[in-house]
Ligand binder design. Structure first.
Ligand code: PLP
Length: 300
């Protein structure tokens, strides 16, 4: 089913599956708009720890067995905000966990086409034999967010419910955008476009990582994302990146403080940097200045 961006897909999952008080499992941290959306449906949030291979499925299994759950929301590939991806092994293992605990999985996947290196990982949906995975795709990151076009892949029973939920909001998604995207995907230029943005973003990622290496204080920790648009930075406990944002904004530098990506709050020593948007010149100025400000903050 075509949707008005994958954001609408996240919302429709809330509309169809969540009753007030239902347990929803999310990565810690997770996509902040998913937190906003499921809050509207009065979900009860439960968080799952993540490591370099994404969501810890054993922790999810244990948590779901103890507390139950209706829905798991995940961005398994180049996650927003951390850039991490769920390993192949865990993609298979999560299916069993869904079946054992009678849960639905929302696989939100707007970034997987923006892979700059490493092996392609199959969607979790490809291992789904019992119709428990709702896959959300988007053309926002590869073509244009303003076209507001995404899609849902799910079984017919789920889609029928979602159709009713969608009709009450927008009857159908913009048809002109769909025609534009259809023609573009069919044309020879799309593949070349995708390759060219991947090269552009890869170079920007590398540039930002090199600048961070040169200018950030030693206490800042990050990992190199293999794709997507974000670099996630962790600082020692006790600092507030929310407060530090206003210091950076005075110098016309913006980042997203990590605090809003934690469904249960309580963590403010992280930041999300975006590397796809700035020009190289702005990046050079911005990261250098941000590094100086961070060094001042940490007295280094
Ligand atoms: C993880 C994730 N899901 C969904 C969206 C929304 O995308 P769309 O423009 O397709 O609604 C975004 C956009 O930033 C995102 O990062």
């Amino acid at each position: 089913m075509l949707t008005t961006g994958s954001q609408q897909g996240i919302d429709l999952c809330g509309k169809v599956f969540i009753n007030p008080g239902d347990n929803v499992w999310v990565e810690n941290p997770t996509y902040l708009a998913a937190i906003q959306i499921y809050k509207v449906y009065n979900a009860c949030f439960n968080t799952v720890i993540t490591d370099k291979d994404g969501m810890d499925i054993d922790a999810l299994k244990q948590g779901a067995a103890e507390n139950g759950g209706k829905l798991v929301y995940t961005v398994p590939t180049f996650q927003n905000p951390t850039g991490k991806s769920l390993s192949l092994e865990r993609r298979k293992a999560i299916i069993e966990c869904l079946e054992d605990n009678d849960m639905i999985l929302v696989e939100d996947d707007p970034y997987s086409d923006l892979r700059y290196e490493g092996e392609v990982l199959p969607p979790i949906k490809s291992f789904d034999t019992s119709g428990r995975v709702v896959y959300l795709g988007s053309f926002s990151k590869t073509i244009a967010p303003g076209l507001r076009t995404g899609y849902i892949v799910a079984n017919e029973e789920i889609l029928a419910k979602m159709m009713v939920g969608k009709q009450t909001v927008d009857l159908h998604s913009n048809a002109l955008s769909q025609v534009l995207i259809y023609e573009y995907l069919k044309s020879e230029t799309y593949d070349a476009h995708l390759e060219s943005i991947k090269l552009l973003y890869k170079n920007k990622r590398d540039k930002m990582l090199n600048l961070m290496q040169a200018h950030f204080p030693d206490c800042a920790k990050w990992e190199k994302p293999q794709g997507g648009m974000f670099i996630w930075v962790e600082f020692p406990q006790g600092v507030s990146m929310t407060e530090f944002l206003s210091v950076a904004m005075d110098e016309k530098i913006a980042f997203i403080p990590g605090a809003s990506f934690y469904a249960l709050g309580g963590t403010d020593n992280t930041m999300r940097l975006n590397f796809s948007n700035s020009t190289e010149a702005d990046m050079e100025k911005g990261i250098k200045k941000l590094g100086e400000l961070l060094k001042k903050l940490f007295n280094k």
